[in-house]
Design a protein around this ligand. Structure first.
Ligand code: HEC
Ligand code: HEC
Length: 384
């Protein structure tokens, strides 16, 4: 273990720079260990097969073909043993249905404006379940001291997981949807056992049981009520494509990708061009459900998994595609456009979350919170 002084310095640095509200030290009450989901997914070979097809179409882009994660955007593994032991079918279902707002994990459930009905969601869960252990009863979390847990969190967790107002590269634990789905026992189990063969080590050998309870209590203090949103109306697919049809062409020099091919324009450049009334098409490459919660003003929805509409895009107009990733899903749409001979298709470099944080124009549901601040984006992971 490192020295207490280091903890204090780190804690002070964090407090002065923290964007979010300060955590109130609270003591969590012990929760009973969760029983496995009351309505487990009914698995059958047919459902697993359907789930595999849906998974390949919608999820493999980020969570990798076999579900082990890391294909893009630091998407976590969905098949890790300790994850599947502790996640109920309901945790998986709800994660897929509602996504994780402010991250690149979109909402896929029909009720949230997504493409999957309940059967589709259950089929994917059945496919995931095939790959690892069934959920088991977890040891209950003890009553922890969140204030003591905060110090440990700052020392051991924050570089990877960020804090309330700022993301790290690993799963954002302050995300309200995550907090709603997780239980104290789920969080405690992850801290204790880690996620084998990932960057998430088990802290059971480093911390006492008491300390793990304290960190768990602190992580749970991130939780709070999630405001309810009424989604924007669904896109009709007939919205006009071109913004400022009479405007001039933007004159920008897209940054090259690793192969030296021009590919990325910055949010500042695009914003400047729009403010000058210049002509372009902006494509939102995320699931339609995400467009219905917030999109760049004038952007049309063409999700990465259903790009039919790109055939109606005029080839002489600049197209800027974006996602939250910041450029994996947008990269897929740009590649599809290039395949059909479009030479002016580029990726919005920093993605929509940075666009929003800069206060550039969006259409959004009322009361939508700002996405958490993101770590600087080193290199371009659009690799495909
Ligand atoms: C654009 C990339 C992307 C796509 C596409 C995507 N996900 Fe995710 N998913 C993520 C990220 C990133 C997270 C973690 C969110 C965070 O960082 O807080 C995540 C989290 C999850 C979780 C929660 C995992 C945990 O450990 O808590 C589940 C379950 C999940 N995704 C399933 C799916 C399924 C099923 C699909 C397809 C229907 C899908 N995802 C599509 C990026 C993606
Ligand atoms: C070196 C980076 C790193 C550090 C340090 C770290 N984690 Fe993690 N953590 C991760 C990664 C990466 C994952 C997701 C692994 C995967 O793909 O399954 C994760 C997963 C988790 C999860 C599971 C979330 C879910 O939805 O499945 C919890 C809870 C968690 N970490 C809490 C903590 C806490 C608390 C600490 C400090 C005691 C900590 N982590 C330290 C990288 C880290």
């Amino acid at each position: 273990m490192r020295l207490a002084a280091a903890v204090l310095i780190a804690a002070a640095a964090c407090n002065s720079g923290s964007a979010g509200p300060e955590a109130k030290p609270t003591t969590s009450s012990p929760t009973p260990s969760p029983t496995p989901s009351p309505s487990p997914v009914a698995s059958s070979p047919a459902s697993v097969e359907r789930g595999a097809a849906l998974y390949t179409k919608l999820c493999a882009q980020c969570h990798a073909k076999d579900g082990t994660g890391g294909a893009a955007d630091h998407a976590p593994s969905l098949v890790n043993s300790t994850f599947l032991e502790s996640a109920t079918d309901d945790f998986l279902r709800r994660s897929i249905r509602v996504g994780r707002r402010g991250t690149s994990m979109g909402a896929y459930g029909k009720v949230e404006g997504g493409v999957l009905d309940d059967t589709g969601v259950d089929d994917i869960v059945a496919w995931i379940r095939e790959k690892g252990p069934a959920p088991r009863a977890l040891p209950a979390a003890g009553a922890g001291d969140a204030a003591a847990g905060e110090k440990l969190y700052v020392e051991y967790c924050q570089t990877c997981h960020g804090d309330r107002g700022k993301r790290g590269e690993a799963i954002h634990l302050a995300n309200p949807q995550f907090q709603q789905m997780a239980t104290d026992a789920f969080v405690r189990y992850a801290i204790d056992k880690g996620r084998p063969a990932t960057k998430m080590q088990g802290f059971g050998s480093v911390m006492s049981a008491r300390q793990i309870d304290d960190v768990t209590a602190y992580v749970r203090s991130f939780g709070g009520p999630e405001p309810a949103f009424k989604l924007l109306p669904a896109p009709t697919g007939t919205e006009s494509l071109v913004i400022n049809p009479k405007g001039q062409e933007p004159r920008w020099t897209p940054k090259p990708d690793q192969a030296g091919v021009p590919r990325f324009v910055s949010v500042d450049e695009v914003h400047k061009a729009l403010a000058a009334g210049q002509k372009m098409i902006i494509v939102d490459a995320r699931p339609e459900s995400e467009w219905r919660s917030v999109h760049v003003t004038g952007a049309v929805s063409i999700p990465y998994f259903d790009v039919k509409r790109i055939t109606s895009i005029p080839k002489d107009v600049w197209v800027v595609a974006y996602c939250a990733c910041p450029h994996h899903l947008s990269g897929i749409v740009v590649d599809e456009l290039r395949k059909i001979g479009h030479r002016k298709a580029v990726v919005l470099d920093e993605g929509i979350n940075v666009w929003r944080r800069k206060g550039y124009p969006v259409v959004a549901v009322e009361g939508l919170p700002m996405p958490p601040d993101e770590p600087h984006n080193h290199g371009h992971d659009h690799g495909h």
